[in-house]
Design a protein around this ligand. Sequence first.
Ligand SMILES: Cc1cc2nc3c(=O)[nH]c(=O)nc-3n(C[C@H](O)[C@H](O)[C@H](O)COP(=O)(O)OP(=O)(O)OC[C@H]3O[C@@H](n4cnc5c(N)ncnc54)[C@H](O)[C@@H]3O)c2cc1C
Length: 392
Amino acid sequence: MSTTAKKRIVIVGLGAVGALTAWRLSRRRDVEVIGVEQYGRVHEHGSYAGESRVFRTAYHEGGRYVPMLQESRRLWRELESASGRELYLEVGALSIAQADRIEMRTTLDTVRDYALPHTLYSAEELRRAYPQHAVHDGDVGVLDHHGGGIRSEVALLSALELAERAGAELRFNSPVLAIEEEPGGVVVRTPAEAIRADAVVVASGSWSTRLDTRLHDLLRLQVLGLTWFLPQSIDAFLPERFPAFLRDVGPVHFFGVPTLDGYSVKACSNPTWPVARDVAEVPTAYTRAELVKIGQQAQEFFPALNPEPVRSSVHHCAYTPDRTPVVDLSDSGRVAIVTGLSGHGFKFAPVLGEWAARLAATGERGDVDEHFALDAHLERLQQRGAYGGGGH
Ligand SMILES: Cc1cc2nc3c(=O)[nH]c(=O)nc-3n(C[C@H](O)[C@H](O)[C@H](O)COP(=O)(O)OP(=O)(O)OC[C@H]3O[C@@H](n4cnc5c(N)ncnc54)[C@H](O)[C@@H]3O)c2cc1C
């Protein structure tokens, strides 16, 4: 518990949500911020790892997210200008699929409902404008002008630096073992200490079930991999010529971003990996057969890519059955939890960080979408059961 007038708030986990929460909280004068992370500063184990994340506002996951994405876009820009680093490349996000595919129809619904800036393409127009893509007859494309790519690790580094500069105290290599509510406060236990706080934000991503057993039935870990390929000519895949992309053909979902390293192109799809309950069960690498198959698919979508990946990595993310995040506040108003970003939540992490900051600082739920509350999730889980896949 704080002995000063300031409210002491501990953030557990400094990944996507935790780092953005630290940044948003550190701007408030009425709080003292302590962040605790089990690994080092911006490590390779988090769900944010792997160079970049796709950002888009035309959203096949549904209109519920569009206001969150628009506000996140503003906050990514704010983080970019406050840090002086290039974090958010607004090169557009191009979705290509058959016109009658559900993802395409929902994407177009959000474009219409929110008057999002965009360009529509027929198959013929796509072939002329984006010859990098192998386009099928009957395909259509929609370019979301506010889409693009975010340099995920650099963004987190920037958020953490700004938080520290504003007075936040960040502790790394310090795993939280337990979070215990007691009268008048919360205790956060690490192997080295017991930190007393007025409120806690739990932003522990894929590890969340280890800290909160109520999440055990709700969250599953999906394995998600990333691959990079060499193009015949890098010029065709530079950000000014090649937007971030999503392709859906049959069961195959392909996504990626223009070259950010100047020699390879990130183009990814996922084998059907079994879901896991704990991070310890997640594979750490692709099998050779999986890489060969993804390489073949990459070349089918992009004939100018060499099918052998020059880089690959395997990650994980905590999913809820309907892929909506958990944003909850305990009855005491002292423990806020944000998790279950379900393979697509990096893009709106700034809004989740802002919400988490508000929940912990005020102890009130305010206008946070009730659909994301833990009880609402558990009710839906009872009714529905099954898990969805996908992401980005
Ligand atoms: C391969 C892949 C591709 C993706 N692509 C996209 C995309 O293109 N666009 C998009 O919007 N989203 C995408 N996502 C989803 C997005 O990246 C994740 O949903 C998001 O990063 C999850 O954020 P988080 O803060 O919940 O978890 P993380 O970012 O993983 O952060 C959790 C942090 O908590 C720490 N932690 C956990 N337990 C403890 C503990 N006990 N004590 C201390 N610290 C702890 C962890 O070490 C970690 O640093 C993708 C995800 C993956 C895996």
